[in-house]
Design a protein around this ligand. Structure first.
Ligand code: AMP
Length: 218
């Protein structure tokens, strides 16, 4: 099963995506995580992507299509995959449909995390991220050790450059201009778009997301 997570930054799609992937028993791939790891490793792809990411702009489509292709053809993804932040423009949606068809698959569900802008800005401004395991952590200060980190040694909490207020505003603008049309594209191309109310407790939103992919009560 291929599940695409769509929703603005801060809508919780990454965290909920982990839960959905675990319930389905498939991996989750986040292009943001792939690009951040490449930037940290100092590869040429990572360094080229970093400037776009720090401003909150999108990395060019050809780079993302390359990551998508590699991710979908990996053997670990044979049973399916949850794609987080992977489709952000109409050309990427077209590219994903093409790459999936080449390996005899299709996008089965598009989970759309629906949430109010003001709640998003508040969530993103209050979010820290672990420098080692990259998990977002709500309500904790950069500079603290991430006590729940799964890496060894445990990582420090940092503020992502793109969680600064100007970059947050830019990311929301970019989402409306470039990613919202993706929802319309899926709807007009027969995509199974499941809109989820992403406000509320983690558990409530998780149950809505799981029900939308056909998993109940986990
Ligand atoms: P995320 O972690 O999903 O919020 O992504 C962080 C940043 O990585 C985005 O603001 C973009 O700069 C870049 N990025 C991640 N995925 C994509 C994508 N599918 N297309 C273009 N840029 C992306």
């Amino acid at each position: 099963m291929i599940v695409v997570l769509l929703g603005p930054p801060g809508s919780g799609k990454g965290t909920q995506g982990e839960r959905v992937a675990a319930a389905l028993g498939v991996p989750k791939i986040s292009t943001g995580d792939v690009l951040r790891a490449a930037a940290q490793a100092g590869t040429s792809l990572g360094l080229a992507a970093k400037a776009f990411m720090d401003r909150g702009d999108l990395v060019p489509d050809p780079v993302i299509l390359g990551i998508m292709k590699e991710a979908l053809s990996a053997p670990e993804q044979a049973r399916g995959v949850v794609l987080d932040g992977v489709v952000r423009t109409v050309p990427q949606a077209e590219g994903l449909a093409r790459v999936a068809a080449e390996i005899g698959k299709q996008v089965d569900v598009i989970l759309l995390f629906d949430i109010d802008d003001e709640l998003l800005v508040a969530r993103l401004s209050a979010r820290a991220t672990c420098a080692a395991c990259h998990s977002p952590v709500a309500g904790r200060q950069p500079g603290e050790v991430h006590a729940e980190c799964t890496a060894s040694p445990k990582g420090m909490l940092v503020r992502r450059a793109d969680d600064e207020p100007d970059a947050i505003r830019n990311r929301l603008r970019v989402y409306k201009a470039q990613t919202e049309p993706v929802v319309a594209w899926y709807r007009t191309h027969g995509g199974n778009v499941q809109a989820i109310d992403a406000a509320g407790s983690f558990e409530d939103v998780a149950q809505r997301a799981l029900a939308a992919v056909g998993v109940v009560g986990r």
